[in-house]
Each structure stands twice: as structure tokens, then as C-alpha cells.
Ligand binder design. Structure first.
Ligand SMILES: C[S@@+](CC[C@H](N)C(=O)[O-])C[C@H]1O[C@@H](n2cnc3c(N)ncnc32)[C@H](O)[C@@H]1O
Length: 210
């Protein structure tokens, strides 16, 4: 089985068997994401790309603000849950179901704000991490934003039974390159639904126009 297929199978199995509230990354209030978003003027007018949406309620909250959304996830099960939950509103969204480390071949609108919470850190192989950043740089608008929430260097070494690559601000900055400016960052200890601490770093970058 190719690697992407086995990853999809892993996540589909989790999303088909687990209640949202029992997932170790599930948050009822994505307030740290909004803490960064609120630093962007007129973010409500943006086109968002969510690299691995899972079943996050961030989607519902962005829809309330009438933002344009492109939702990606490698798991069909996760996307199906979101579609069902959103009902009629689901039609307003562009859905992709792809391994985000592989080139996006579908035509999608230019992205103003790329959001990744707890997706990038599952990419372990260097070629996959590079593939991820190639996608981001290809599809982000010239002055677009990239918002990350990843396990920090003191964070857990595994999640969902998979190893993770833990991030520092320096590594995120280095991988984005000199054409991105760090606007804001902070550490956050997320208390997960099992009452365990999970150390995250949050960071907001902006691409600078040439
Ligand atoms: C820990 S969950 C986080 C979900 C969501 N971002 C949140 O904050 O609730 C990781 C998500 O990334 C998705 N995912 C994992 N590897 C992926 C990949 N290579 N490409 C796209 N999505 C992936 C999983 O299916 C899952 O929905």
C-alpha cells in the first residue's frame, strides 16, 4: 500500500471510531488561533486554507464570519463528519482530501491565510516536509499569512499513535525562508480531553511581497 493510503487508513479508522470529545487534540474553543487571527486586519474577508481540518469547530466559527474556506484533510471520514455537521452551509466550502505533503493538483483559489494546527508535525520524512512547504509557498497570496500551532520542542513525542516532529520558531522561520516575516508567537499548554498537558507553539508569519 502506498504511504499516503496507509496514513489515510490510519486517520479514517480514528475518525470513524472515536467521539470528537475523546480525541487527544480536540479543542472546544480555538481561542489561541483567534488570538493570532485577530492581529490580521480584516481577516474576515480572507480565503482560508486549513491543511488538516479534522473535525475542528474552527471551521464553524470561520463560517459564522462568512469567510471563504478551503478545507483539506487526508481523512474522508473527518471531512464527512464536518459536512454532516454543517448541513446546508457545507456547500459553501471547497473540500480537498489529499496528503498535504504531495503537490496540490486541483485548481484552488489563491490562499490569504493558511492555518495548520497539529498537522505539519506528523510529517517526518524530509521530502514530505519540503513538499508541505512547497504547497504553502505555491498557493499563498504574495502578502498572505501562515498560522501554525504545532507540538513544541518540549511537547509530546507521539500523538494518535504516530511519531511527531516537534517545532521551534527558528525551524518554522527557516523552512519558510527569508520572504516570510514572523509577526507573533507564543507558547501554549493545551489541556487535552484526557486531562493531559500538550505543549504547543503558536506562530503567525506573513509573506513579504517581492
Ligand atoms: C491531530 S489532528 C488535528 C485536526 C485539527 N487541525 C484540529 O486542530 O482539531 C491531525 C489531522 O491531520 C490530518 N492529517 C494527518 N496527516 C495528514 C496529511 N499528510 N495530509 C493531510 N492531512 C493530514 C488528520 O486526518 C487529522 O485530521
Amino acid at each position: 500500500m502506498d504511504k499516503s493510503k496507509s496514513i489515510r487508513k490510519h486517520w479514517d479508522s480514528i475518525f470513524s471510531k472515536t467521539e470528537d470529545l475523546m480525541m487527544g487534540w480536540y479543542e472546544q474553543d480555538p481561542k489561541e488561533t483567534f488570538r493570532l487571527l485577530n492581529q490580521i486586519q480584516h481577516w474576515q474577508d480572507s480565503t482560508f486554507f486549513i491543511s488538516g481540518a479534522g473535525t475542528s469547530v474552527l471551521v464553524d466559527e470561520l463560517l459564522i464570519k462568512k469567510t471563504k474556506l478551503i478545507l483539506n484533510d487526508i481523512s474522508n471520514e473527518a471531512l464527512a463528519t464536518v459536512k454532516q455537521r454543517l448541513g446546508k452551509q457545507a456547500k459553501e466550502i471547497i473540500y480537498l482530501c489529499q496528503d498535504i505533503s504531495k503537490p496540490i493538483e486541483t485548481t484552488i483559489p489563491t490562499i490569504d491565510i493558511w492555518i495548520d494546527r497539529a498537522v505539519l508535525h506528523f510529517l517526518i520524512e524530509e521530502k514530505n516536509i519540503q513538499g508541505y512547504f512547497d504547497n504553502l509557498k505555491t498557493h499563498l497570496a504574495p502578502e498572505g499569512y501562515a498560522l501554525f500551532a504545532e507540538f513544541s520542542q518540549i511537547g509530546a513525542k507521539k500523538c494518535a499513535n504516530l511519531p511527531v516532529h516537534r517545532y521551534s520558531i527558528e525551524e518554522l522561520s527557516g523552512r519558510l525562508g527569508a520572504s516570510f516575516k514572523l509577526l507573533s508567537s507564543f507558547d501554549h499548554t493545551f489541556i487535552n480531553p484526557h486531562n493531559e498537558e500538550r505543549a504547543y507553539i503558536y506562530a503567525l508569519f506573513q509573506q513579504l511581497e517581492d
